[in-house]
Design a protein around this ligand. Structure first.
Ligand code: ZN
Ligand code: ZN
Length: 349
């Protein structure tokens, strides 16, 4: 498809983006062109906006931002067989090579030649986006574009929750931003018996309490989470702790709230070095610790579908704000403020 489109682009390492006219992306033989219907703002988009340390190394400028998206397929390359015009798809933004050690060992998320849709290649803060066929996730008929757009962050939460046993377990979830709230829903759907959710921002505390009336919501500024969780678990501690807040203090506390042989899964982006009492918190406890980056391809996506199919958890209320693409700056500011859930950008055309 030839022509111009509106897009949010980062041109230089200076703070900010630009809202500009660019060419509609050309597609290759193995690519798909989508008409973008909505794209939610990720923490990485906020970091990219502010040119935060670390993020620029992952980017190739200039680039169209945005990766949590959903749209209609409007054109397919000559070799594409599994996707057709009219399908509603979301991209797995980790564009994997399919040929390296990890891709061939059921771990494409750790691909050695990973391309990042919306960071090192053009993404979906735009009217159209092109992506390879092999990263298209086809939604079943009736899936709304907004629900489609949040499959990617739902998958991150899912990978964190499902990177160990969850059925019948007690779980402490650190951080009630959108991914934290998604993780609460995923943990409950897949059988966690007791969920504790920790958060300090008033708006997010309120959302956690409202969306999940049967969990224990803790504000660590006012209450001692270690005491509450230890007492509530018969003096043992939680089976699982998942860190999604990106706070160093929270990360340290995950090791204090788990029981012996408990699991700590680290998802949130905590920059810099952190001191942990390794012997006391990990060795003597025989704790298991794992990092979580992105989604398991495609296991996490299937788990998200299975979760949604149960009807037990509706993640849509976690999208709290919607802005036209041109108001991206205001939207990013709001998303960064802790005063919102997921914030969605939509192209007006
Ligand atoms: Zn994301
Ligand atoms: Zn690979």
């Amino acid at each position: 498809m030839k022509g111009k489109m509106k897009a949010v682009v980062k041109y230089t390492e200076a703070t900010g983006f630009d809202y500009v006219d660019v060419d509609i992306p050309a597609i290759g033989a193995n690519d798909v062109l989508i008409k973008v219907k909505g794209t939610t703002i990720c923490g990485s988009d906020i970091h990219a906006y502010h040119s935060a340390p670390g993020i620029l190394d992952m980017m190739s400028l200039p680039v169209v931002l945005g990766h949590e998206t959903c749209g209609d397929v409007v054109e397919v390359g000559s070799c594409v067989t599994s996707v057709k015009v009219g399908d509603v798809i979301s991209p797995e933004p980790h564009i994997y090579c399919g040929h390296c050690y990890y891709c061939q060992n059921d771990a494409a998320l750790n691909c050695l030649d990973l391309g990042l849709f919306g960071l090192d290649r053009n993404g979906a803060f735009a009217e159209y986006a092109s992506l390879p066929e092999n990263v298209c996730w086809k939604h079943p008929a009736g899936t709304s574009y907004e629900l489609g757009a949040i499959h990617e962050p739902l998958g991150v939460a899912m990978h964190g929750v499902m990177s160990g046993e969850i059925n019948g377990k007690s779980v402490a979830i650190f951080g009630c931003g959108p991914i934290g709230l998604f993780a609460v829903g995923a943990a409950q759907t897949f059988g966690a018996t007791r969920v504790f959710a920790l958060e300090v921002a008033p708006k997010r505390l309120e959302m956690a309490r409202k969306l999940f009336p049967d969990i224990t919501v803790i504000n660590p500024k006012e209450q001692d989470p270690v005491k509450i969780i230890t007492e509530a678990t018969g003096g043992l501690g939680a089976d699982v702790a998942i860190e999604l807040s990106g706070s160093a203090a929270a990360l340290k506390q995950t090791f204090k709230v788990i029981r012996r042989e408990g699991r700590v899964s680290l998802v949130g982006v905590v920059s810099g070095a952190i001191e942990i009492e390794v012997h006391k918190d990990i060795v003597l406890k025989e704790a298991r610790v794992n990092g979580v980056f992105g989604r398991e391809i495609w296991r996490s996506w299937w788990q998200v579908r299975q979760m949604l199919d149960t009807g037990k958890f509706d993640p849509l209320p976690i999208i709290t704000h919607r802005f036209p693409l041109k108001d991206y700056a205001e939207a990013i500011e709001l998303a960064a403020s802790g005063e919102a859930g997921k914030v969605l950008l939509y192209p007006e055309a």
